[in-house]
Design a protein around this ligand. Structure first.
Ligand code: HEM
Length: 526
């Protein structure tokens, strides 16, 4: 009898102690959450443990972010689980934090599945700031800094001549031709070998690897991203590792094969100058392994193809909606160039209106809508009286930044004139001039290392397209939706129809002639 009373009491004691501990933990979590939240920049109310995760749409989150910035100010905070997040909604806030304080805002958040398990921390785009990432940037700086990027103008021009020829003979498949251009330039400048179709295995395999990688980066999909302590379990119990580890072996095989091919051609003296050959040559000096080189040079598959092609498609979409702007740009080209020769690189200074059209297309619908991958802070910080804790994930929400009326008055309108001095919407900010606009390429030490190469591609193609073709809607009463963009962190126009017609017989003859002359030169890159 006594024994059962004692057992009962003991049982109750354990139960009530557990209950007290649980309640204390819950109360503490609420108080801790409220305290952390109070010090941080304003933002939407969330709930402990999940934060605002349930309020962030998995599709096109940048639109919700922009709405929060309008409501709460240029620096808005939220929580994804227990991770603090800030969203920057103006160019000034992004410059202030990501550039002026780049020493503490240049890291990346942890990407456990995609960055650590799948890629063994080899993929630069996801690398935290540190020695390995600095080496990654050095490879890109050496390969694509402004003057070096200009050495790739030859191949870009040749590929662009092919694009003009394809638009002449198969205009309805313009999207495919533009993607082919972007893919071939990337493969050429990285591996010294061009491609004829986006269906070639080198593109397909790499794009497949990229899409598997992005499929791992969906917030909430993998529990280990929220509970990293699961990584302390014995490896055999970490069920989530199995597939990414298999895929890692496949990636390594692909990337080392591509690098091996470059090595063979370098040794045979048949490889044109390219990023992989440069990196191999400087590998020992930089202290990186061949595997690191193989991963490092593969980044443009994820970073440089869809972005370049998407920007060109945005330009065409804008032309369908703004024929008056197309005609102004064409008038400038006709005056400077005429129709019996193609625009060339050295025409750039004489074509301010064309460049204004390009800037405006990149502002109007930035393809890196969320600013590329988010940054992460590596120290506690304070900005305008607001506390930003170490480890905060930082989104520079380009879609919102480009539509901030304080920076770009009448932001929803497509107005190339705003990039020209004297226009009523022109900005006086030195960073927002015709030649200085680099917001589409991100910020600070993480700024896009391919920006000069990409800028050259967009310039030569847009200028030649305006010179050669008229872009019109197929159905004037039913124009393509200017908001119908793909999902995913890079976002470009969903397929749309366009009527592309050559502007004159003289232009047609020039396109044919230039392509004939280009064919032989392209052979060197085959
Ligand atoms: C119009 C075309 C392009 C746009 C709009 C674009 C935009 C961006 C943006 C916004 C970022 C993130 C910057 C940040 O974190 O603040 C980025 C990163 C990057 N881009 Fe581009 N990009 C383009 C083309 C290219 C090309 C052609 C290449 C290479 C050939 C390239 C290579 C990279 C790499 C390697 C990174 C990662 C840098 C790092 O994490 O340190 N991009 N790009």
């Amino acid at each position: 009898m006594l024994r059962s009373v004692l057992d009962n009491l003991r049982g109750n004691l354990v139960l009530s102690t557990s209950l007290v501990l649980l309640i204390t933990y819950v109360v503490y979590t609420f108080i801790d959450y409220a305290a952390r939240r109070r010090k941080m920049p304003p933002g939407p109310r969330g709930v402990p443990w999940i934060g605002n995760r349930h309020q962030v749409p998995s599709i096109k989150p940048w639109r919700k972010f922009a709405q929060w910035n309008r409501e709460y100010g240029p620096v808005t905070s939220l929580f994804l689980g227990r991770t603090p997040v800030i969203v920057l909604g103006t160019a000034q806030a992004a410059w202030d934090l990501l550039e002026k304080r780049s020493d503490i805002y240049s890291s990346r958040p942890r990407f456990i599945m995609a960055g650590e398990i799948l890629s063994d921390n080899m993929r630069g785009l996801m690398m935290p700031a540190g020695e390995n990432w600095r080496k990654f940037r050095r490879v890109y700086h050496n390969g694509f800094h402004s003057r070096k990027a200009d050495t790739y103008r030859d191949i870009q021009s040749l590929e662009s001549k092919l694009l003009m020829f394809q638009l002449l003979h198969d205009p309805q498949n313009f999207e495919k031709h533009i993607q082919r251009y972007a893919a071939s330039v990337v493969v050429s400048v990285v591996y010294g070998k061009r491609i004829d179709s986006v269906d070639e295995w080198i593109v397909k395999e790499n794009m497949d690897a990229m899409s598997y990688m992005t499929s791992l980066n969906i917030p909430g999909k993998y529990i280990v991203e929220t509970w990293p302590w699961l990584l302390n379990l014995p490896k055999s119990l970490q069920w989530f590792r199995r597939m990414p580890e298999i895929r890692r072996q496949r990636d390594i095989k692909l990337l080392t094969h591509l690098l091996g091919d470059v090595k063979t051609r370098v040794e045979a003296g048949t490889c044109p100058p390219c990023l992989a050959a440069d990196a191999l040559e400087n590998r020992e000096k930089m202290g990186i392994s061949e595997l690191q080189v193989a991963y490092t040079v593969s980044s443009p598959f994820g970073a440089g193809i869809e972005t370049t092609a998407g920007t060109t498609l945005v330009f065409i979409l804008a032309m369908l909606h703004h024929p008056e702007e197309m005609r102004k740009a064409q008038a400038e080209i006709d005056k400077v160039i005429g129709q019996d020769r193609m625009p060339e690189w050295n025409d750039v200074d004489s074509l301010p209106y064309v460049r204004a059209v390009i800037n405006e297309a990149m502002r109007w619908r930035p393809v890196a809508a969320l600013g590329g991958s988010p940054h992460a802070s590596t120290s506690d910080d304070e900005y305008n009286g607001m506390f930003i804790p170490k480890g905060t994930t930082v989104f520079a929400n380009l879609d919102g930044i480009m539509r901030d009326p304080g920076t770009f008055p009448n932001p929803d309108a497509f107005v190339p004139g705003r990039w020209l001095p004297g226009h009523p919407l022109a900005s006086s900010h030195p960073r927002l001039q015709l030649d200085t606009f680099d917001l589409p390429f991100g910020f600070g030490r993480r700024i896009c290392p391919g920006q000069h190469l990409a800028g050259n591609s967009v310039f030569i193609n847009v200028t030649r397209m305006l010179w050669a073709y008229n872009f019109e809607p197929v159905d004037n009463d039913n124009l393509p939706d200017t908001w119908a963009f793909t999902n995913g962190s890079n976002s470009w126009p969903q397929s749309f129809p366009a009527k592309i017609t050559v502007r004159s017989q003289l232009v047609q003859d020039t396109v044919e002639r230039e392509w004939e002359a280009a064919k032989e030169a392209l052979g060197r890159w085959q």
